[in-house]
Write a protein that binds this ligand. Structure first.
Ligand SMILES: Cc1cc2nc3c(=O)[nH]c(=O)nc-3n(C[C@H](O)[C@H](O)[C@H](O)COP(=O)(O)O)c2cc1C
Length: 351
């Protein structure tokens, strides 16, 4: 969330080129967020963004091994539509589609669809949506659905997806209902982690939720990477884009609207859920990267060491974001991934 002029422009050709690099490097998945309105401010982050099912289908056709998640707001798409769309991407990609299921938090995004988010029932609705979606993709005889939110007749979909019983689903919820939803439905739960020493408590809490459903799901988090040959260069760049060029108005918009849907006391206990704590040499920096995203800032050795520390907490994975993906990913791929392999955190590409 920076005004730095080199910030990501979300141009299609850049996305395609970036995804090809990630694909060749063996990065496991690409996760585009679905947005219908930007975060205002001066940068209007996400103001320009592609629809992610069509985006996923296109990426499926130009990649070989990376998994391709599409983000779907359940209020906007029927389960039968999404079942067919995800099956389509699964066929184009020969079994690499995934769903990021989102129940919604930002009312202005729904205003342009004429819909109102009901904070009390959004996850109940999402639950029923998911049950229909999953049952459709599992196949079997036609069925009717007579639920609280959906009354549907003669449900079936053809083709079924290649991944059986269905492609993986991820969900990101911080509220107790959000985590309960993920524990019951998802294969992967994304949480914001701003400090590694909080992770054991967070994972213990998630385990309680999973135990209720006798399920085990992986917990992932999100990271932002600034990797440079020297620490000084990395820290200077982080300072530049995340502090000097911070889009404070956009950050305020995000914090305000997130807070509106999810009261802070309802969230999992994270000390500073909206911050980016970067503490080397006692310096704390809070503003410019995406709130709640973990900053990896330093040399390739620093980044690999910190990722190993994150892995040791029990987190199963992490997204990596960059200010300018095309410029920054090649160095990350060249320098950090082999270090992670040597540390036993990754297998070599193709293995
Ligand atoms: C990795 C990740 C990806 C997300 N993607 C989207 C998205 O594309 N669109 C969206 O509206 N919300 C997205 N969210 C927000 C979540 O779906 C969810 O609404 C938010 O984390 C708040 O959860 P809660 O309402 O249960 O507290 C994402 C969150 C995370 C952590």
């Amino acid at each position: 969330m920076s005004l730095a002029p080199e910030r990501w422009k979300a141009n299609w050709d850049d996305i395609a080129a970036m995804t090809r690099i990630a694909d060749d490097a063996g990065i496991e998945f690409i996760l585009p967020v679905a947005k219908w309105r930007g975060y205002q401010g001066k940068a209007n982050v996400y103001g320009k963004s592609f629809e992610t099912l069509t985006h996923g289908a296109a990426l499926a056709a130009i990649t070989r091994r990376i998994a391709i998640f599409s983000t779907v707001h359940v209020a906007l798409v029927t389960p039968a539509f999404c079942a067919k769309a995800i099956a389509t991407i699964d066929h184009i990609s020969h079994g690499r589609a995934g769903l990021n299921i989102v129940c919604g938090w930002n009312q202005p995004e729904f205003d342009l669809h004429g819909l109102t988010i009901d904070p009390d029932t959004r996850y109940d609705h999402g639950q029923e949506w998911f049950d229909v979606w999953a049952k459709l993709l599992e196949g079997g005889p036609e069925f009717d659905w007579d639920g609280r939110f959906f009354k549907l007749k003669r449900l079936q979909t053809d083709p079924l997806p290649i991944q059986r019983p269905r492609p993986p689903a991820m969900s990101a919820g911080f509220s107790p209902r959000g985590r309960d939803f993920a524990a019951r439905c998802a294969d992967v739960l994304f949480l914001n982690v701003t400090e590694l020493d909080q992770v054991p408590a967070i994972l213990a809490d998630v385990k309680t939720q999973m135990d209720r459903y006798h399920r085990t799901i992986s917990v992932y988090t999100m990271g932002h990477v600034v990797c440079r040959p020297t620490r000084q260069e990395a820290e200077d760049y982080f300072h530049y884009f995340a502090e000097e060029m911070a889009d404070s108005a956009g950050q305020q918009y995000y914090r305000g609207h997130r807070g509106a849907t999810v009261p802070a006391e309802g969230e999992i206990r994270i000390a500073r859920p909206f911050e980016n704590r970067f503490t080397r040499q006692g310096r704390f920096r809070y503003d410019g990267a995406y709130p709640g995203v973990y900053p990896f800032v330093g040399t390739p050795d620093d980044i690999a060491t910190e990722m190993a520390a994150m892995s040791a907490t029990g987190l199963a994975g992490c997204t990596v974001a960059f200010v300018d993906y095309l410029k920054e990913i090649p160095y990350f791929v060249q320098e950090v991934l082999p270090r992670l392999e040597r540390l036993g955190l990754r297998l070599p590409v193709g293995a």
